[in-house]
Every structure is written in structure tokens, then in C-alpha cells.
Design a protein around this ligand. Structure first.
Ligand code: NAD
Length: 259
């Protein structure tokens, strides 16, 4: 089916079945210059994920040194990144009254910076702009920690107590945040329309969300550059770049509204 037709079908669904739950992954932010993990140029083409587990982070100073070497590199990119047209199109959906919430696997804060109300953004894997001490709970901005890394500290420790500072992001092997996971599941199950944007849908338990939605009767739309293993369940699959597709989709929805 031609792209125009796919976008028209998706626009019709989104305009008629009620506010959508939008589920985003790293692919919604690649056009902001933040690499995803699994593309050939992604992060795992250069690093071994086993080196960045929660267990390795808490177990030893060396584990933390390896984590911060990668974390410092990724955050340097995240802090310079700007929201792209896909983030802004999703924020426009909210202004049109067509967004229930955004469930995101991303940690880059770009949905909020694009104008989506923070109360509507459910972060399943945390937020890279914050950090805290695991011992005393002292809160840090990630910018402060980044400045310390860039000044030459390899493993920043808590200034008041010397404890381990951990970024707010969920590391491999670390439990998902219980409250966010529960809210996300509830919203997914209640969705009339569930729109995946830029996710390989292979990271669990986040990737259960579209399954919960579909199981509960939602219409499923998938916007992704490459195919996913859930494409066969979708009502509309739009292969393409998130920025272009989401902008055209929102334009079609707005055009329908003024017809
Ligand atoms: P992923 O890396 O597994 O997959 C990204 C998907 O997006 C791929 O299928 C790719 O084909 C697609 N994609 C890439 N660019 C695209 C574009 N411009 N338009 C449409 N699709 C595009 O990402 P994931 O499924 O989100 O899982 C990776 C995990 O890594 C997530 O859990 C997330 O926590 C984390 N992560 C976050 C960020 C971020 O915050 N920006 C970046 C990298 C990884």
C-alpha cells in the first residue's frame, strides 16, 4: 500500500477511536542525533551490553568506571540534542485532544522538551537528566555529574556521604519502576488506539505494552524504519522515518478536522 494511503488509514483511526496511547523507543530520537541501540550504527555495535548491567555497576568501582565512560559519552549527546519533528508532532496530538499519554522507553527527556505535559509522559526506563546517591538519597542533576566527569572524575561519588551515585536510568538487570510499569499497563489496556513510534519492540517488559493494548481490543499502528515481530498484529504498519511520518499523520488528522 502506498505511504499516502497508510497515513490516511492511520489518521482516520486516530481521529475516530479516541485519544491515543503513543509508545516510543530510541527510533523517535535518532533524528535528534541520539543513536539507537540496535541499528548497525547503534550503541551495541560499539559496546558490550553485559558491561553495563546494574549488577556490574553496584558490584565494583571498575564496573562503575566502565559505565560512566559510556554514560558520559551518551549523555554528552543527549544534553545537546533538540526535540525533532516527531516529538513535536506527538506534542501537537495533545493540543488536538488526541493524546492520552506517551509511554516511552527513552531516557532523553525530549517529549517533555517538545511540549508534551510531563504528567502525560510515562518513562519506563527512567530519565537521564537526573541521578541520586544509592546510600543517602541525595539528588543530583545529571548535568552536575557530567561536569564532574568532564573535569576528569572517572567515578563520581556522593559528596556528603561518599555513596554510589546512580543515574535515574534503568540499567540492564535492574527492576523496572513499579509505579510507571503499572500505570503504563493500565493505559495500554485502556487504549482505543495504540501507536508505536521508533521501537524495535524487542526490549521486555516494555514491549508487552502493545500486546496488552491489542489483547484489550485497541487498534495498533506501528511507525518504524524497519519491520518488527509484531507487524502482523498491527492494523496499520507505516515503514518510514518517525519525523516525516508523524508530521504527515498529524497534518492529515488536522485536515480531516477542518473538512
Ligand atoms: P532499539 O534501538 O532497539 O530500536 C530502535 C528502532 O527504531 C529500530 O527498529 C530502528 O529501525 C528504528 N528507527 C531508528 N531510527 C528511526 C527513525 N528515524 N524513524 C523510525 N524508526 C527508526 O530501541 P528501543 O526499542 O527503544 O530499545 C532500546 C532501549 O535503549 C530502550 O529501552 C531505551 O531505554 C534505550 N535507549 C534510549 C535512547 C534514548 O533515550 N534516546 C537511545 C538509545 C537507547
Amino acid at each position: 500500500m502506498a505511504m499516502d494511503e497508510l497515513i490516511e488509514r492511520a489518521a482516520e483511526l486516530m481521529a475516530t477511536v479516541g485519544p491515543a496511547v503513543v509508545f516510543t523507543g530510541a527510533g523517535v530520537s535518532t533524528e535528534s542525533g541520539i543513536p539507537d541501540f540496535r541499528s548497525p550504527t547503534g550503541v551495541w555495535a560499539r559496546y558490550d551490553p553485559d558491561d553495563f548491567s546494574f549488577q556490574s555497576f553496584v558490584r565494583s568501582e571498575e564496573g562503575r568506571r566502565r559505565y560512566w565512560a559510556l554514560g558520559g559519552e551518551l549523555y554528552a549527546t543527549i544534553r545537546l540534542a533538540q526535540p525533532n519533528p516527531a516529538h513535536r508532532a506527538i506534542a501537537t496530538l495533545e493540543r488536538l485532544g488526541l493524546l492520552d499519554c506517551v509511554i516511552t522507553q527513552n531516557v532523553d527527556n525530549l517529549h517533555q522538551r517538545a511540549g508534551t505535559a510531563p504528567s502525560r509522559v510515562i518513562e519506563l526506563h527512567g530519565n537521564a537528566t537526573r541521578a541520586r546517591c544509592l546510600a543517602c538519597g541525595c539528588a543530583y542533576t545529571r548535568d552536575e555529574i557530567q561536569d564532574r566527569l568532564e573535569a576528569g572524575e572517572e567515578v563520581p561519588a556522593c559528596r556528603p556521604c561518599g555513596g554510589i551515585i546512580k543515574p535515574h536510568t534503568v540499567l540492564f538487570g535492574e527492576p523496572m519502576p513499579a509505579r510507571e510499569t503499572e500505570i503504563a499497563e493500565r493505559r495500554a489496556r485502556g487504549a482505543g488506539c495504540f501507536v508505536v513510534v521508533g521501537s524495535s519492540l524487542v526490549v521486555y517488559p516494555a514491549a508487552y505494552m502493545p500486546l496488552y493494548a491489542k489483547e484489550s481490543g485497541a487498534r495498533l499502528i506501528i511507525v518504524n524504519l524497519t519491520s518488527t515481530h509484531l507487524d502482523h498484529l498491527a492494523d496499520v504498519v507505516i515503514p518510514g522515518k518517525a519525523g516525516e511520518v508523524m508530521v504527515r499523520l498529524v497534518e492529515r488528522i488536522q485536515a480531516r478536522a477542518v473538512r
